[in-house]
Ligand binder design. Structure first.
Ligand code: IVH
Length: 666
């Protein structure tokens, strides 16, 4: 092969690699296997090695990172990179809309908005001359940013060459570099194993990765970029923001699938609420939506305030993270005797809920995060999970903060504590520790368990303290006179609680199994066991070998189930439950599991049943319900009236079905 032929070959390989890279990282729909892609790539590397004079800066081989820099250069943005003014409520969004009308001198009908999620990452600008990526920078102070060209080159969704059909002479693309949640988790797990400090959230991890002097480190992080606008452009005329987004897509940029053109404020409000719901299922973090006036001439008429334009606004979601001060650290003793350190906080609103306690998980976490009494900390709430302390704001330390040491005795019963090998938890060894007993009974009576309405923690606490009950089965022998010994217990309340106890005697088997509090048996395994064994008596008789045979049960879990049913104390509680009238499930020989091996994700409200009912029914038929969409999802169930979310959900993995369909299936 002569040089001319090599040049031709190299060009073809680059084109093919760029295209397949685009299919994979931008469209998320590859056309060839990873192995085939690697073969193309290796061929290019080999040719470029033989003909180093043919290597160009925009070759796909240049994504691997270069030699470390001493420091970053600076880049002056040709057009100021603005920030966004914020709206926190619907009212404030409507105020924004009113200003658009007043300053723009337009009516409601003349305004169109482009809306997209507000990505929580790092803003960057990418300059392309004649289709080649030449320089990339961070936003910096809006006027001057840092030159992170080498780092941005390593990001697979950043095109190094634009698709040729419509390449302008010059374009400055703007967007956000992000790290997916799942990649963030994996990165932190790896760092934990290596004993490195963890990132507090995906945004910090993304920003830290882009601002690396060593681009090889950036290359090792699976970053992503969403393009959301442009700076300067030469050689192409565009009149609306939506045209810009379509154009960016054609050039090969990754544009978010939820970007939409909307015509009325009520559509925008609906979009906000849909995104608020949908964000839980997205693998990247969004902290609001961005609303931009579509028409450029109207944008120009509206102009800018000091730092932000009058034609755009960020309508934020309620924050999931806040900072506050740790007043004290206490220890909570759980159902299994595990001692959990808990931070008592200066109350703070997080995502619309006041948070005054946050878990510190265990001794190792406490040490790793180095949380001290008096520290300023970042707390986080995600959905229904218990709030947690994410990180300490070390710059706020004044030297008076106190280190907390885990106690060597149980704070509730005074028994010694132990930490078993390979376990993160320190446990209380007291066999009659009242804390464990109370938590145990609370778990037994909770919604996912026997579902005894009205039996809250305070009441259970009193029942235990007054000696009315000493295990869950005692509940079924309570009398009204017993109830009257509790504080503030009237006739009606006592009767209601006794009625709910009686009603709870015929639970679905899976909930009965869950309520027993067998170590390592959560909601899902409880359903598996119910399906597999059909009754408590069968489960009780199961040998260790028989348990391990069940597909989803590993040796550790099998051991803890087996041990549970060997313990004479547990067996006597089971007998007492039976005597108290609790039904242990009938023997069922053939179980009908048509949904076996299928994974469902439920989103939005269903109209004919609650989500937990739907979940229970799907699981009874052998299916699995998972909280978020992944490669393993078979069906995404969208409730009735999904509005404009349906086309969005359609681009997610898995098949979309609506409520009536899933009802048909179950
Ligand atoms: S448009 C003037 N769209 O928000 C409009 N910005 O506060 C300029 N951001 O630093 C930005 N997602 O990094 C726009 N979909 C989106 C965005 C977005 C996140 C960030 C951007 C900027 C900050 C402005």
């Amino acid at each position: 092969m002569n040089q001319e032929e090599a040049q031709k070959m190299i060009e073809e390989l680059r084109k093919a690699i760029n295209y397949h890279n685009y299919r994979y990282y931008v469209l998320d729909s590859p056309e060839i296997s990873d192995a085939e892609y690697d073969r193309l790539f290796d061929r290019l590397v080999e040719l470029e090695r033989r003909y180093p004079q043919l290597v160009t800066l925009d070759s796909p081989t240049q994504r691997v990172g270069a030699l470390p820099l001493e420091k970053f250069g600076t880049v002056r943005h040709s057009l100021h990179m603005l920030s966004l003014s914020k709206a926190l409520t619907e009212e404030e969004f409507l105020d924004f809309h009113r200003r658009v009308k007043d300053f723009g001198g337009v009516s409601d009908e003349e305004i169109e908005y482009v809306v997209d999620p507000k990505f929580d990452g790092l803003a960057v600008e990418l300059i392309y001359r004649q289709g080649s990526f030449v320089q990339g920078s961070t936003r910096g102070d809006g006027f001057v940013g840092e030159d992170v060209t080498l780092n941005l080159k390593t990001i697979r969704s950043v095109p190094l060459r634009l698709f040729p059909q419509e390449t302008p002479f010059l374009i400055e693309a703007r967007g956000e570099v992000i790290l997916n949640r799942s990649d963030f988790e994996a990165l932190n797990q790896k760092r934990e194993r290596e004993g490195k400090p963890l990132f507090a959230n995906p945004r910090n991890a993304a920003a830290g990765s882009v601002k690396q002097l060593d681009s090889k480190i950036t290359a090792s992080r699976p970053l992503n970029m969403f393009a959301y606008g442009i700076g300067l452009i030469e050689g192409k005329t565009l009149e609306t923001h939506y045209q810009v987004m379509e154009y960016l897509k054609k050039l090969g940029f990754r544009v978010n699938e939820h970007t939409k053109l909307l015509r009325t404020t009520s559509e925008v409000i609906e979009y906000y609420h849909q995104m608020l719901e949908l964000r839980k299922n997205l693998d990247y973090e969004t902290d609001g939506i961005v609303i931009k006036v579509n028409d450029f001439s109207l944008q120009r008429r509206l102009g800018e305030l000091q730092r932000s334009p009058r034609w755009a606004v960020a309508w934020k979601f309620p924050a999931q993270q806040e900072t506050t001060v740790v007043r004290d650290i206490v220890v909570n003793v759980g159902r299994t005797g595990a001692l959990t350190p808990v931070a008592l906080l200066e109350p703070v609103e997080v995502g619309g809920v006041t948070v005054s306690r946050a878990t510190l998980h265990n001794e190792d976490e406490l040490k790793r995060k180095d949380v001290r009494i008096g520290d300023t900390v970042i707390v986080q709430r995600a959905g229904d999970v218990i709030p947690e302390v994410v990180a300490v704001v070390k710059s706020k330390r004044r030297g008076k903060e106190r280190i907390f040491v885990m106690p060597d005795r149980c704070p509730v019963c005074g028994a010694t504590t132990v930490r078993l090998e390979g376990e993160a938890a320190i446990r209380c060894t007291g066999i009659s520790c009242p804390a464990q007993l109370k938590e145990n009974i609370f778990h037994f009576a909770s919604k996912g368990g026997m579902d005894i309405d009205g039996l809250g923690y305070r009441i259970i606490e009193q029942m235990v303290d007054k000696g009315l009950i000493s295990d869950p089965a005692d509940l079924y022998f309570l009398t009204k006179d017993d109830m009257f010994r509790l504080e503030r217990m009237g006739d009606k309340l006592a009767q209601n609680i006794l009625d709910s106890i009686v009603r709870s005697r015929k639970p679905p088997l899976s909930r009965l199994i869950l309520s027993l509090g067998i170590r390592n048996v959560g909601e899902h395994l409880a359903s598996v066991l119910a399906r597999e064994f059909g009754s408590i008596d069968n489960l009780r008789k199961a040998s260790l070998e028989r348990l391990v045979e069940v597909k989803e049960i590993g040796p550790v879990v099998a051991e803890s189930i087996y041990a549970f049913f060997q313990d004479p104390k547990n067996l006597s509680v089971l007998d007492k439950l039976k005597r108290g009238g609790v039904v242990f499930g009938e023997e069922r020989k053939a179980v009908y599991t048509p949904l076996k091996g299928r994974t469902f994700v439920l989103t939005g409200g269903l109209s004919s049943m609650t989500r937990s009912q739907a979940k229970e029914r799907i699981e009874r038929l052998g299916g699995r319900v998972s909280p978020s969409v992944s490669g393993k999802t078979d069906f995404v169930v969208v409730g009735e009236n999904p509005g404009s979310m349906l086309p969005d959900a359609q681009r997610l993995k898995g098949r979309i079905i609506i409520e009536t369909e899933v009802k048909g299936m179950i």
